[in-house]
Design a protein around this ligand. Sequence first.
Ligand SMILES: [Ca+2]
Ligand SMILES: [Ca+2]
Ligand SMILES: [Ca+2]
Ligand SMILES: [Ca+2]
Length: 292
Amino acid sequence: MPGNYTVTVGVMDDDGGVTIGEPTVLVKNTADLILTKTVNPDPASVGEHMTYTMIVTNQGPDLARNVILMDILPANVEIVSATPADTSRNPLPPEIYNYGLTDADAVMADGVINWFLGDVPAGQTYRVDLVVKTHQQGPIKNIAIVMSDELDPNIENNRAEVVSTVGWLPDGPDLQAQTVTLDTVCKQGKNGAKCTASMRVLVANRGNQTANSFVYSVYLSNDNHLSPDDMKLFTKRVKKMAPLQVKWQQQKIQTPPGFTTTGKFLIAVVDEGNLVFEGNETNNILVNGPLP
Ligand SMILES: [Ca+2]
Ligand SMILES: [Ca+2]
Ligand SMILES: [Ca+2]
Ligand SMILES: [Ca+2]
């Protein structure tokens, strides 16, 4: 158990005399906390929302008590929301989601937010998503540090920093696919397994002008390059999108027998056929893979 202990030590010298000493020894638990931090999107545009994701892991061996995650915000960012993904433990109250960072669980002062995560058992992971709006151009740095009451055998991994680029929106519309995922669910029927694949694509207009209606497609490829032999999974038309608008697109398809995706690549193409003249035409293909 951690705490202050008094230890009685007896030292016997050559002629049989005994010296007694009673030093106080502070016994602490050991917990190796690890912090990782990522930011999305990078690069971002002035006025755009950026999400910092911080993941705290207690590698043990002991419980880490009174864990504090301290986040030193860059200048000229505005907090939009702060959301712990694991709301079953020590959830932040709703006003924090809505920017009122007044509760004791997350206290903000001078551009620093402290999250009081409580006790984190060995092996547990705790995630915080912080959404901010940027008001300044240039590289911006965000540093976070995690600590607890325990001894940490490696303090190097308690600190995480990300430097990201913030620029102006490209002139004109700029369509992009930001995420493309696929999940296959199979059910056993009379004539063998029937599988349904669901795809999700996050499409964004990250330019400073509205993009008129366009089409996007998703392909399945054996490699990470779009080529004529790739299998088109679907094509969809999207209505016009305002600057900085994002849309989740979801599509389900019945897969042919023997359809496997392991080791293959999903390739999303936005504005296929180039109906929209964009500020940046080089970022319209997104590759995700190899799939598990
Ligand atoms: Ca550590
Ligand atoms: Ca584009
Ligand atoms: Ca290919
Ligand atoms: Ca285009």
